[in-house]
Design a protein around this ligand. Sequence first.
Ligand code: ZN
Length: 142
Amino acid sequence: MSARDLYQELILDHARSPQNFGALEQATAHSHRENISCGDTIDLYLLVEHDRIVDVRFEGQGCALSTASASMMTEAIKGKSLSEVQQLTDHFRTYISGEADTLDEALEDFEAFQGVRQLPARVKCVTLPWVTLADLLTQKPD
Ligand code: ZN
């Protein structure tokens, strides 16, 4: 199996059975966003305690890319402090924009989207969950 096929498989696995999918009743922060160019929608819920993301869930209707990205993102940020999550968000942005070519360990699954970086319309699908997360990080008082 080529690396490309493995990546495809990883994206499809997450799209078929997304992690942390569903509503989060005790959420302390929530944001909704849409990617009009593809029709993806996402609702992202965070439970933040003592500046740490204790739980995270998402709901929405999206293509395989946006769903897989949201699923991988929730896995990467769960249990992390808000400052760590801010760093991951910045790191993701430099990778997906092509400024950086390597990913640190917490985001290694996002290597699967390497080939998408040349496709601006699809980049929006992968970026959607992260833009929604960024809304919530800037909502925090400090
Ligand atoms: Zn999409």
